[in-house]
Design a protein around this ligand. Structure first.
Ligand code: KG4
Ligand code: ZN
Length: 343
């Protein structure tokens, strides 16, 4: 079976071919037009997807060495995401599926991140066996789920304000870093002191305010943003530049320690032996190291996708479609599916 996956929910235009369960191609084009605006500009994102979609799909087919007529299933992100951006990929997929008279599988982008643990990857860690805790951390979402073997899942916690990636991007912008700031903070933090400054960690055992942990698996990062803004305005530009690595490391520490604490607590409380991390922020080296150490300590197995499968990609869209088909859950031939913006 040949599945074409298409992803256009934000600022990556991506197409992938999954052939008999193997990823044959996964072409990703990251839009550079947004960098100078300090964030993704929705209208520009849609236009870029429109400009690139045909080329990217052709490239994915070519790399996989198959023709359009060899496709059995077309899968595309139907949401959540920037509605105009989603519409470009989904409409393209609808048109292609209809023209080829092949089934269309609409995919929920967040579910695709959660189940990216199952992307076939000989170079990655094997998928979790049995139920697992999924931590999905991206620019738009921070979600902790209990995933069962039958692919059903329960949301245990989510952010009540900013997403973890947003916390990286917004605090990074305050430090004068380009968008997306997550990878820049990651790089600076590698040689910085994470204990340089104690930024707030809301809803954790480390929290100093009334918004403390008490088993709460929700997340809150807006206080961190305010705290970083106040900290920077109380220090000279010279001091900030001199300690840029330390400040970046301290911000990163405040974000990742919350993620690790909650994911591990969720695994222990639900008696689950595996954790899987997904979404753009799971590419963070500090998070990977800290999560590995915590999992080792508690005897929990950790699944981390390779970076190309952490950030937005179409391989996870094709994989999600295949998982749904293999479990018999799908709305095949649903050419008139509507895009959606929220999870
Ligand atoms: O999953 P993703 O590619 O797109 C969304 O669905 O949002 O995630 C993008 C987010 C951005 O906020 C970006 O700053 C963050 O992932 N990110 C990172 C790293 N790489 C990407 N954050 C921290 N460290 C990284 N290495
Ligand atoms: Zn994403």
């Amino acid at each position: 079976m040949n599945i074409l996956g298409i992803e256009t929910s934000c600022d990556e235009t991506s197409a992938a071919v999954l052939q008999e369960g193997r990823i044959r191609s996964n072409v990703i084009s990251s839009q550079l037009v947004h960098a100078r605006f300090g964030g993704v500009v929705p209208e520009l994102a849609s236009r870029e997807h429109e400009r690139l979609i045909v080329m990217i799909v052709e490239e994915a087919l070519q790399e996989a060495n198959i023709q359009k007529n060899d496709l059995d299933i077309i899968a595309a992100t139907a949401g959540p995401g920037l509605i105009g951006a989603v519409m470009v990929g989904l409409s393209f997929a609808q048109g292609l599926a209809y023209a080829l008279q092949k089934p269309l599988v609409p995919v929920n982008h967040i579910e695709a991140h959660i189940f990216s643990a199952f992307i076939e990857d000989p170079e990655g860690t094997p998928p979790p066996q049995g139920p697992f805790i999924s931590l999905t951390v991206s620019g738009g979402h921070t979600l902790l789920c209990l995933v069962r073997q039958d692919l059903s899942y329960t949301v245990l916690g989510r952010t009540i304000d900013d997403a973890a990636g947003e916390a990286f991007d917004k605090t990074g912008k305050m430090l004068g870093l380009d968008y997306p700031a997550g990878p820049h903070i990651d790089r600076l933090a590698a040689t910085g002191n994470p204990a340089f400054h104690d930024f707030p960690r809301a809803l954790t055992s480390h929290s100093k305010t009334s918004r403390s942990f008490k088993g709460n698996l929700d997340f809150s990062f807006s206080g961190l943003k305010t705290s970083v803004r106040n900290y920077l305005s109380n220090h000279s530009e010279e001091f900030i530049q001199e300690h840029l690595h330390d400040i970046a490391a301290s911000i990163q520490e405040a974000i990742i320690s919350v993620l690790v604490e909650k994911a591990v607590y969720a695994a222990l409380r639900n008696n689950v032996a595996s954790i899987s991390i997904a979404g753009g922020v799971s590419a963070n080296r500090g998070l990977r190291e800290r999560m590995e150490a915590a999992c080792r300590h508690y005897g929990i197995e950790l699944h981390v996708p390779r970076t190309i499968y952490s950030t937005d990609n179409a391989a996870m869209i094709a994989t999600m479609a295949q998982l749904r088909i293999s479990r018999g859950v799908t709305e095949l031939n649903n050419y008139d599916v509507a895009p959606f913006a929220a999870f």
